[in-house]
Design a protein around this ligand. Structure first.
Ligand code: HPA
Ligand code: ZN
Length: 326
C-alpha cells in the first residue's frame, strides 16, 4: 500500500502531545518499583484493561493517577526520552510537548524537578535523535485562576526552558474566560499561547479562546464545524487546529473514526493538523493516528501533504528553521 507508506515516511511535527499521556503502563510499573510506590493495579495488563473511557473526565481520572509515579528529575527525563524515541521512529522531526506542572506540584514535587527533567530530555532529543523539541506549560482549567497565577510564578525562574502556555483538563464548565487575566499576563511576558477548546465544549469556547485569551492555535477545536461563522474566522486567520483523531474516538467525541470530521476541516480550508494527544492511553502514536484515520475516512495523498505542511506552518519554531522544514 502506497498511502500508508507515505503517511509513515513523511516528516511531520507533533503539536499536541501531553507528555504525561505518553507514560506507557510498563513504564508506570517500572517507575512505581523504582520509587517504592504501590499501585492500585496488580500488573500491567489489569492497568491497561482499565483504559476504557466514555468521555474526557473518565480518562482524566486515570491519567492523573498514572502520573503519581513521577517523583525525581530522572523520572521526568525517562518519560520524555521514551516519547522522543517513539516519535523519531514515526518521522516526527519537531515536537511541542504539553506538561501539567500542577499535577506534580500538588503532590509536593518541585517545579524545577519537573521542568529540568523534561528540558534535559528536549536538549538530548535534538542532539541524539535529531528531533527538535520545546515545552508548553499547561494550566489545569478545573483549578482556579489564582492557582494558575501561582504556577506561573513558580515557573518564571525557568522561563527560558518553556516557550508558551496552554489550558487543559476538564473543559465543560470551565470556559476560557476563567483564565483571561493569567493569559493576558503570559502574553505580556512574550509566551506563546494555546488552549484546548471545542473538544467536548461548544463553539463559544473556541470564540473565547481566540477573542479573550488571544491564543495562536486551538487544541482539538473539532466542535467548530457547528458554527459556520467560526469556521470562516479560523480559515481567514489561519488559526491551526491540533486535531487528535484516536483521542476523539477513544473519548467518544466521535462514535467511530469513520465519522471524524478531519476531512471536513481540511476541505473548508482550515489549518488542521494530526496529533496523538495521550498516545499511551489512546492506543496510538503519530503514524497510528495518520494511518488509521486515512483508512477510516478515505483521505487522500493531497490531504497528507497538507497535514504535514500545516504541522510545520503552525509550529512555534523560528522562521528560518521553518523554511528549512517546508
Ligand atoms: N483534553 C483535556 N485535557 C487533557 C487532554 C485532553 O485531550 N489530555 C490530557 N489532558
Ligand atoms: Zn490534549
Amino acid at each position: 500500500e502506497r498511502l500508508p507508506e507515505l503517511l509513515r515516511l513523511m516528516p511531520k511535527a507533533e503539536l499536541h502531545i501531553h507528555i504525561e499521556g505518553s507514560l506507557e503502563p510498563e513504564l508506570i510499573f517500572a517507575l512505581a518499583q523504582r520509587n517504592k510506590i504501590t499501585l492500585p493495579y496488580p500488573d500491567v495488563e489489569s492497568l491497561r484493561r482499565a483504559y476504557a473511557f466514555t468521555n474526557l473526565q473518565s480518562f482524566l481520572d486515570i491519567y492523573y493517577a498514572g502520573a503519581s509515579v513521577l517523583i525525581t528529575e530522572q523520572d521526568f527525563y525517562d518519560m520524555a526520552r521514551a516519547y522522543f524515541v517513539r516519535a523519531a521512529a514515526d518521522n516526527v522531526v519537531h515536537a511541542e510537548l504539553f506538561f501539567d506542572p500542577q499535577t506534580h506540584t500538588a503532590r509536593g514535587i518541585a517545579m524545577e524537578t519537573v521542568i529540568n527533567g523534561l528540558h534535559r530530555a528536549c536538549v538530548d532529543a535534538k542532539a541524539e535523535l535529531g528531533v527538535s523539541a520545546a515545552l508548553i506549560l499547561c494550566f489545569l482549567r478545573h483549578l482556579s485562576e489564582e492557582e494558575a497565577f501561582e504556577t506561573l510564578e513558580q515557573a518564571l525562574p525557568l522561563r527560558d526552558k518553556f516557550i508558551g502556555v496552554g489550558l487543559d483538563s476538564s473543559e465543560v464548565g470551565h470556559p476560557p474566560e476563567k483564565f483571561a487575566r493569567v493569559f493576558a499576563r503570559c502574553r505580556e511576558l512574550g509566551l506563546h499561547l494555546v488552549a484546548h477548546a471545542g473538544e467536548e465544549g461548544p463553539p463559544a469556547y473556541v470564540w473565547a479562546a481566540l477573542d479573550v485569551l488571544k491564543v495562536e492555535r486551538i487544541d482539538h477545536g473539532v466542535q467548530s464545524v457547528k458554527d459556520p461563522a467560526l469556521m470562516r474566522r479560523l480559515a481567514q486567520d489561519r488559526i491551526a487546529l491540533t486535531v487528535c483523531p484516536l483521542s476523539n474516538q477513544k473519548l467518544c467525541v466521535f462514535p467511530d473514526l469513520a465519522d471524524h470530521n478531519l476531512g471536513q476541516l481540511l476541505d473548508a480550508g482550515l489549518a488542521a493538523t494530526v496529533n496523538s494527544d495521550d498516545p499511551a492511553y489512546f492506543g496510538g502514536y503519530m503514524n497510528d493516528n495518520f494511518v488509521q484515520t486515512f483508512a477510516a475516512t478515505g483521505l487522500t495523498a493531497q490531504h497528507a501533504y497538507q497535514l504535514a505542511a500545516n504541522s510545520f506552518e503552525a509550529s512555534f519554531i523560528d522562521e528560518p528553521a521553518k523554511r528549512a522544514f517546508t
